[in-house]
Design a protein around this ligand. Structure first.
Ligand code: AHR
Length: 511
């Protein structure tokens, strides 16, 4: 039998000490090559989406000009401040399914005269249209986001969408631009990103790829650049990894058609209520991010067959976790409201890591959705507003934005293994590690293939319970904290507890 003294001096001592912490520890080697760049981590890979759905807009981002909740011209002040602080590179609106039943004229002019419409996709409740185009643009300006408008193809006409573009972008002198000026905005909105429909294989008109391609060609013909604004037209891509949609759509898209983006949607379904996941449902959901990565690679490969010079960019226009909805919570907070937990943060970081690793294949990624819906950054209840773990995952991964994505490999990759992404901007290295396991910590030994690292600093988001959440009662339960990291020459070492997201930044020399 080992004596206490011999146990303390042996490798078992580490394990014994760790057992007290409640899990095993695995060792993992990571190699980052600062000289091998994949592509730019476009800030738009960290994009967002806000739909007229549940309490995302009404009651969430928009509380109205007469609200007792603190606001800026009707926009919830706390949400504006936190989103501005995080930085929202691009914001997609007004849907989603809602987009193909939205008629933009309903949302302009004096608010009191705007019609009340029924939101047929999300529960048949009425909306007073007090949040329309001007309010959306104002919100984007307040938070520093580039606006992205999804147009109505399903129930709209080419003329309606063409007029919306003119209303937003024509500098002055046409009736529509004068109407915009009369409604308070003489300056054009300069909206570049326009979605030509949304999920037109489903809620956007139940079309075949051939039917949608015909609509796309027709609509795109009438969408024009005005003034100094060059339009970026985005076509509806597949739901999930549907290669047939992509192939048949592209077969019907002559090269001369104006198409700049192709938008796939990819949700990670959860079979349990958000705060009642089991180890098995956790693993099942987190493993979908490996499937998302495969889908991005294969969708791009297929697009390349039709578009060798990559004139058309691939977007993951909607993504995120979609858990089992709790009917009581939906009744109280609106459709598709779900609690955001430590698991959701892992999922957000796994998704962003995929986008960084595939930075050469993607131009944009918009998480669904910004407030109170699905994989939300903020949750609100009356005047209360909390930053979720999704918010903090985006904050932790922010140092990658605008950098050059680098080759980075783990020794034992796998859907539930350590996830890694790396990037650099001049001599600044950013490395994000996600440990999705609930029952094993990871001792990470990271080596730089060239050069050395100094001034290393790490921030971690971690909670030992994957169902733990920042709630209205406990809004700051899970927040990023500093974490120890050792840097010596080309080696970086740290310990990642189970269920953690960590970003390390360091200064690179000689690489
Ligand atoms: O984000 C919720 C819904 O999911 C969107 O309205 C739709 O585009 C997708 O199916």
């Amino acid at each position: 039998m080992l004596s206490r003294r011999s146990l303390l001096g042996s490798p078992f001592a580490v394990l014994a000490a760790r057992k007290g912490f409640g899990q095993d520890w695995e060792a993992e080697k990571v190699v980052v090559d600062p000289a091998r760049q994949i592509g730019t981590v476009r800030p738009e890979l960290h994009g967002h989406f806000a739909e007229h759905l549940g309490s995302c807009i009404y009651g969430g981002l928009w509380v109205g000009k007469g609200s007792r909740i603190a606001h800026i011209n009707g926009h919830r002040r706390q949400a504006v401040e936190w989103l501005r602080e995080l930085g929202i590179p691009v914001l997609r609106w007004p849907g989603g399914c809602f987009a193909d039943d939205y008629h933009w004229r309903d949302g302009i002019g004096p608010a009191a005269r705007r019609p009340k419409r029924v939101n047929i996709h999300w529960g048949n409740y009425t909306e007073d249209n007090s949040f329309g185009t001007h309010e959306f643009i104002e919100l984007c300006r307040l938070i520093g986001a580039e606006p992205y408008i999804a147009g109505n193809v399903g129930s709209g006409t080419p003329q309606e969408l063409r007029d919306w573009v003119e209303y937003c972008n024509y500098p002055s002198g046409s009736s529509l631009s004068e109407e915009r000026a009369a409604n308070g905005s003489p300056e054009p909105f300069r909206v570049r990103y326009w979605g030509v429909g949304n999920e037109n294989w489903g809620c956007g008109g139940n079309m075949t790829p051939e039917e949608y391609a015909a609509h796309y060609r027709r609509f795109a013909t009438y969408l024009r650049d005005f003034g100094d604004t060059r339009l970026f037209l985005i076509a509806c891509g597949p739901g999930g990894h549907n290669l047939e949609w992509t192939r048949r759509f592209m077969e019907n898209m002559p090269r001369r058609t104006r198409i700049h983006g192709f938008a796939m949607h990819y949700y990670s379904r959860g079979r349990d209520y958000a705060t009642r996941f089991t180890a098995e449902s956790l693993r099942e959901q987190l493993a979908t991010f490996a499937a998302l990565e495969k889908a991005v690679i294969e969708q791009r490969e297929l697009l390349d067959k039709f578009d060798k010079d990559r004139r058309i960019g691939l977007l993951v226009d909607e993504w995120g976790v979609w858990d089992r909805m709790d009917p009581e919570e939906e009744k109280r907070y609106g459709r598709l409201f779900q609690q955001i937990t430590m698991r959701s943060a892992l999922a957000a970081a796994l998704g962003l890591n995929v986008f960084h690793r595939q930075a050469d294949k993607l131009i944009m990624g918009n998480i669904a959705q910004t407030v109170n819906v699905l994989h939300a950054l903020l949750l609100t209840d009356g005047e209360r507003c909390v930053r979720t773990t999704t918010y903090y995952a985006f904050e932790l991964l922010k140092p990658h934005r605008g950098g050059a994505a680098l080759q980075a490999h783990c020794e034992r990759p796998g859907p539930l293994g350590l996830s890694v992404s790396a990037s650099r901007q001049a001599d600044r290295l950013a490395l994000t590690l996600v440990n999705p396991k609930h029952d094993a910590g990871v001792k990470v030994a990271c080596t730089l293939a060239a050069g050395s690292a100094s001034e290393a600093r790490a921030r971690i988001l971690h909670h030992p319970d994957f169902n733990a959440a920042n709630t209205f009662a406990s809004p700051n339960l899970i927040v990023p904290r500093d974490h120890p990291v050792e840097a010596s020459g080309a080696a970086l070492r740290l310990e990642l507890p189970p269920l953690s997201v960590l970003t390390l930044t360091a200064r690179l020399t000689g690489a």
